[in-house]
Every structure is written in C-alpha cells, then in structure tokens.
Design a binder for this molecule. Structure first.
Ligand SMILES: NC(=O)c1ccc[n+]([C@@H]2O[C@H](COP(=O)([O-])OP(=O)(O)OC[C@H]3O[C@@H](n4cnc5c(N)ncnc54)[C@H](OP(=O)(O)O)[C@@H]3O)[C@@H](O)[C@H]2O)c1
Length: 326
C-alpha cells in the first residue's frame, strides 16, 4: 500500500487513537493536532503539533507551508469550529474525512438510509440537545468546501478497546462476574454497533481508496439476545434474567446509561436498525462479535475496570432491581 501523509485532528482518546494506531501500522506518515492534554506523548512515532482547533491562529500555524494527502477530522462537534479547520486546510489537504454520527437524522423512529432528512439547528433548544443538528451542519460545511473530496462517515454506537464510556464493556464484564445478570427488554430487540477498529479501517480506506460521499458506518443490526448469548459464552455459569421493558421502567430503571445499550423510547425505535448497505457495498468490513467482546474484555480487565460513576448498574443497584422484580 502506498504510504500517505495524514493529518489527524485529535487522535488520542478513542476513535482517533485507533485511527492513528492503524495508520502507523500501515506505514502512513501521521501528524496529530491537539492540545496535548489527552494522553500526551502517546505516539512517539508520529509528529504532534500542539494547538487548539478553536483558534484560527493555531490552525493557521499548523497549516502554514504544509500539505497532507488527507485530514481525518475525528472529533469536530461545532460548525463554527469545523468551519475554521476547513478554511485553514482548503488547498492543503487532498481529502477531508469527517466523523459525523447517525444522530444527524431528524427522525429516529423510522429506518434511515443516507438520504434521510437531517436535523436543523434550533435556537430554542439547549446546547446538549443539538449534538446531531451541529454534526449535520458540520457535514454541510465539509461537503460544500471539498465536494467529491469529502468523505463523511456516520457511525452509530462505537465499541471496543479504549471506549471512554462503559456502555459496551459493562456487558462482558458483568457476565464474567457471574450470578444473576439482569438483561433488559426482549431478546429480539435490535442492537447495532461497530468495533472501533473496523471504523478506523473504513476511515483510512476513504483515503487510500479515494472513497468520497456520505456513508452510514455501523454494524449490522442483530438481536440483542445474540449479543448477550455471546457474553454468556464467556462465562456459562452466569444466570441471565430477562426483564421486560415495561417492568424495568416501572421499577425506575434508567434506559441507555443506567442499563447500558437498552433503548426503551419508541421515538428511537429505529436507532438500531439503520441501513448500512451502502457502506457494505463500498467495502465496509466487520469483524466477528466474539473478537470484539474478547478484546474489549481484555482491555477492560487490564485497565482494572471502569472509573467510579461509570454507566451501568452497580452490583447493589442491580440486586435491588432484581429483588424488586422477583
Ligand atoms: N462514541 C460513540 O459511540 C460515537 C457514536 C457516533 C459518533 N461518534 C463520534 O466519534 C468521534 C469520537 O471521537 P474521539 O473522542 O474518540 O476522538 P479522539 O480523536 O480519539 O479524541 C479526541 C481528541 O480531540 C482532541 N481535542 C479535544 N478538544 C480539542 C481542541 N479544542 N483542539 C484540539 N484538539 C482537541 C483531544 O486531545 P486534547 O484533549 O489533548 O486536545 C483528543 O486527541 C466524535 O466525533 C463523535 O461525535 C461517537
């Protein structure tokens, strides 16, 4: 494979970190641009330019006299901030790969392909409810500036080693602890997620294969029972206890963060049924679930489990819920 010069905006937390690891392993020459706060010194094999992407002056200093085959903008959230990097890098990068999100869709209750209607920014909504609309606005800025040379990836839930949330790692760890394991909803409920390494591969392939356009980039929909069955295989002595959604809600359980990956809101009924056929046809490759689980568990064990206050049910809360529901 031909070695490329890549600029990664971010690159040290989760997805960006995985992109940089894969890029270096592939022999690409990588420049990271970040503030040096998250995992400083993580990649001695890459050039790091320190700066704040919110600052037009820092971006101008980064770009002065430089050229890269592509920029991979992993963690751009605000249109005005992404607009600044687009302006600074126009004419300096051959391709702009932007990581968006499936949360851009206006309707999360109906199955969407890439052409679904997108959220619009709304002045009357609080900042934290504008994530999807802001990402949609960022997408527009990148596409307007780079046209065919824009690659927009819309991931769903990203899982795997170094995930700063505890939404996925909770499950293999929970099964390994054994005992009665509270499982939310119905085994036929949908789940959909992508291994961070498969997403990183997709992003790098956008550069090496010059793949532009917009793609929903997540895994295939699977019954959540399949995920839990694979977790159960890690420790067959654990005892799964399925609790229907309405009973869990009535008992005060908190969907999504309280009981990780459990989505009980009918307005979000299609969130785990997104159409990824365009990405699959364009070469998206997805590793087996067992590999994602094993590697996530190995990473989680090595780090000594999650930080206090992470998502998920602690043993006392789970025991209380199970006792209430018995
Ligand atoms: N997690 C999910 O399930 C999910 C789902 C859909 C989409 N996504 C998208 O996936 C992406 C995940 O990003 P990530 O956090 O894993 O990326 P990352 O590139 O691994 O980490 C974030 C990077 O941004 C840098 N950074 C933060 N603020 C900065 C600033 N003002 N100026 C310069 N650098 C700055 C951080 O370094 P410093 O702190 O040192 O500056 C860090 O290197 C996001 O775009 C998210 O919207 C995530």
């Amino acid at each position: 494979m031909q070695s490329k010069t890549l600029l990664v905006l971010g690159g040290t937390r989760f997805l960006g970190r995985t992109v940089v690891e894969a890029a270096l392993a592939d022999g690409h020459r990588v420049t990271l641009f970040n503030r040096g706060r998250t995992a400083p010194g993580l990649f001695p094999g890459a050039e790091t330019v320190l700066g704040d992407r919110e600052s037009a002056a820092d971006l101008a200093a980064l770009a002065a006299g430089r050229q890269w085959d592509a920029v991979i903008d992993v963690a751009g959230y605000h249109p005005e901030v992404v607009g600044r990097s687009v302006a600074a890098l126009a004419g300096r990068v051959g391709r702009y790969v932007f990581v968006s999100t499936l949360s851009v869709f206006a309707d999360q209750a109906t199955v969407q392909d890439e052409d679904g209607e997108l959220l619009q920014l709304a002045d009357d909504l609080p900042e934290h409810q504008q994530y999807g609309a802001r990402k949609a606005a960022c997408e527009r800025i990148v596409r307007e500036a780079f046209g065919e040379r824009a690659s927009i990836a819309r991931p769903g839930m990203i899982v795997g080693p170094h995930d700063p949330t505890d939404r996925f790692a909770y499950w293999p760890r929970r099964f390994m602890r054994g005992g009665r394991v509270l499982l939310p909803g119905d085994p036929a409920d949908a789940a959909q997620f992508i291994d961070v390494r498969d997403l990183a591969r997709w992003l790098l392939d956008c550069v090496t294969r010059q793949r532009g356009g917009v793609h929903n980039v997540t895994g295939r929909t699977l019954p959540i029972g399949e995920l839990f069955a694979a977790c159960h295989e890690l420790n067959p002595a654990a005892e799964p206890v399925w609790v229907p959604a309405e009973r869990l809600l009535a008992a005060g359980a908190d969907p999504w963060m309280g009981v990780p990956m459990w989505i009980a809101d009918p307005d979000c009924a299609a969130i785990n049924r997104v159409d990824v056929s365009r990405a699959l046809a364009a070469g998206l490759s997805l590793r087996p679930l067992a590999e994602t689980l094993a590697d996530t568990l190995a990473w989680d064990t090595a780090r000594g489990g999650p930080a206090p206050g992470a998502e998920g049910l602690d043993p006392a809360a789970e025991g209380k819920l199970l006792a209430l529901l018995d």
